[in-house]
Write a protein that binds this ligand. Structure first.
Ligand code: FEO
Length: 389
């Protein structure tokens, strides 16, 4: 594997998960997943987080190898979600003298997850507290809701490393990272952290006061160069500003007629020079649709009526948008219905629950299949969407 060590004394001991089907039981990870963990070897020895239970054996092997006979003094618990905390009992039992560093919210959660109270070994820290390891000094930064309430990050002053917990994480093992970091980092961000833009904005303000040379997240590669690029992406994503001009079309249909309307709209937009990303919600992965809904400045919802309601996958998509705080975009709507179209009304109700969303006219109605009338409405909607650029 590529050398992931940050320096002679800051070692990478993370695990690579190559055959996980769904991360957090919902996100496909065709390139696998990392559970990152780090070790600082100084006068005192500190371990940063553990790993998912699927990989605690691999993680313990890495830890033991890099310790080379030494004993950890501290386990720093930055996040209690089980993809990082499953090894806590194992390391605590292996090294009974080791202290466990967390904040006031960490330990109740630890007891609940592990079924064992380790608070007798706790070092409880708060914002700005420091821990001296020797040449290295750890400074703790509270980062609640990025992406759980107990999350904290750690700045190491001598090597200027920000241990950033889930922030700046991405899907994929180290060997199978995409060349374009932003592709999977964006899907990770909007689906996992996206709801908490305000908290990420707060973190970025704190980070701006630090001199950072390396970012060491809990998933994906350590970032060592051009940090302004990554921080700039987080600035855009967490502000809910669109990243790129373009139209994401999300379609939910039964027999192909709604999809035909969505495709026709896409072609009309492309003919006007607009970038289009078309998704079939019945078959495409929801996390990919969410990523592009946030990435582009315009969105079109196309859905058919079903049992007098909205076709279920579109209902689910609107639920996802609401849950992740989707906002600040322009949206078009296409409904289909053969005898009593209801999908448009239902989609407009869903959109009304989102902040700063502008719905364009006309709301297109397809009755069963495309017709000259509905094609004309589509052309008007394409015109309105293209004019928003
Ligand atoms: Fe990677 Fe929120 O756990």
């Amino acid at each position: 594997m590529k050398d992931m060590n940050l320096s002679a004394s800051v070692r990478y001991i993370g695990a690579q998960d190559d055959d996980l089907d769904l991360f957090e039981s919902q996100y496909p990870v065709p390139n696998g997943m990392t559970y990152n963990s780090y070790l600082i070897l100084d006068e005192k020895v500190a371990v940063f987080d553990t790993a998912d239970q699927r990989k605690t054996d691999e993680w313990m092997e890495n830890l033991t190898r890099e310790l080379a006979g030494r004993t950890p003094d501290y386990l720093i618990v930055q996040h209690m979600e089980p993809d990082h905390s499953a090894g806590i009992l194992e390391i605590a039992e292996a090294y009974p003298e080791m202290k466990i560093v967390g904040n006031a919210k960490t330990f109740p959660m630890m007891t609940a997850f592990l079924g064992t109270d380790l608070s007798g070994r706790a070092v409880i820290v708060k914002e700005g507290d420091t821990l001296e390891l020797g040449a290295h000094t750890l400074q703790f930064i509270m980062a609640p809701m990025i992406h759980w309430p107990e999350v904290m990050m750690t700045y190491e002053r001598s090597e200027k490393i920000l241990f950033s917990a889930d922030a700046f994480g991405t899907f994929g093992t180290i060997e199978k990272q995409e060349d374009d970091w932003a592709c999977e980092a964006r899907r990770y961000y909007f689906n996992i952290v996206g709801k908490y833009g305000a908290q990420v904005q707060g973190l970025l303000k704190k980070a701006a006061a630090l001199e950072i040379e390396k970012i060491a997240p809990l998933h994906g590669p350590v970032l060592t160069e051009d940090l302004g690029f990554y921080i700039g992406k987080y600035q855009v994503w967490s502000s809910y500003e669109p990243e790129d001009p373009g139209v994401t079309i999300a379609c939910a249909g039964v027999h192909g007629n709604t999809l035909a309307a969505a495709k026709m709209l896409g072609e009309m937009l492309q003919a006007r020079g607009v970038k289009v990303k078309l998704f079939d919600l019945t078959r495409d992965d929801m996390s990919e649709v969410m990523e592009d809904a946030f990435r582009y400045d315009r969105l079109v919802l196309a859905a058919t009526t079903y049992d007098g309601e909205l076709f279920p996958v579109m209902h689910d998509f609107l639920y996802h948008l609401k849950m992740k705080n989707y906002r600040n975009r322009t949206v078009g709507v296409i409904e289909n219905g053969s005898w009593a179209p209801q999908a448009g009304k239902k989609m407009l109700e869903g959109l009304a629950a989102l902040k700063d969303v502008t719905v364009l006219e006309p709301v297109v109605t397809v009755k069963s299949a495309l017709s000259p009338e509905s094609e004309e409405q589509l052309a008007h909607l394409a015109e309105a969407l293209a004019a928003e650029k």
